[in-house]
Design a protein around this ligand. Structure first.
Ligand SMILES: [Zn+2]
Length: 179
């Protein structure tokens, strides 16, 4: 698969490197977890398991487990094309990149929610969905305390919560797709 990727795209669109983190100098300990410092592998594995199970219990299973890249340095995070103040990033349905500031269930669940949104709603369709649905769901399901978060996301979370309680869990995806 990697050989099929044009070199120019590889250079230009760094998040694509999620597809082959080994080329960025990372070690993949299994299909789900890649890391730049193998000494932190156990912490990463535990965070992955906890975050995945909390996310799946709340909004459903993954179609494919998100490949998750745990960076212990900003340099690693930047090598995927991301930087502070962003703490973590989902890349379509390909995977998730976690910065050294994003090693918490809250931040990882947030990105796992975006991963499931991409699987259920579609990467392109997601761009046309309201912010309160996409970001509100991620902040609400991850139980974020909203410290240092822009006001529009605080409002998004409140709006999502109201909608979610009204709609109920079972009809959520079906209704979300038609919004
Ligand atoms: Zn988000």
């Amino acid at each position: 698969m990697l050989l099929a990727l044009p070199v120019a795209l590889w250079e230009f669109y760094k998040p694509m490197r999620v597809l082959a983190p080994e080329l960025n100098g990372l070690i993949c300990i299994n299909e789900k977890i890649c890391i730049d410092d193998i000494r932190k592998a156990e912490d990463a594995e535990l965070l992955y398991l906890e975050s995945a199970s909390l996310t799946n219990n709340a909004i459903g299973d993954f179609n494919h487990n998100p490949r998750t890249i745990f960076c212990t340095t900003e340099e690693c995070y930047r090598s995927f094309g991301f930087q502070s103040p962003s703490v973590a990033h989902a890349v379509g349905t390909s995977g998730v990149v976690i910065s050294p500031r994003g090693w918490s269930n809250t931040k990882i669940i947030h990105e796992f929610v975006h991963h499931i949104q991409a699987e259920r709603i579609g990467v392109i369709s997601m761009l046309f969905k309201p912010d309160w649905l996409i970001e509100g769901m991620a902040y609400y399901i991850s139980n974020d305390i909203m410290h240092n978060v822009p006001q529009r996301y605080i409002e998004a979370k409140i709006r999502f919560e109201k909608w979610y309680i009204e709609i109920g869990n079972e009809k959520m995806w079906e209704t979300a797709k038609n919004l």
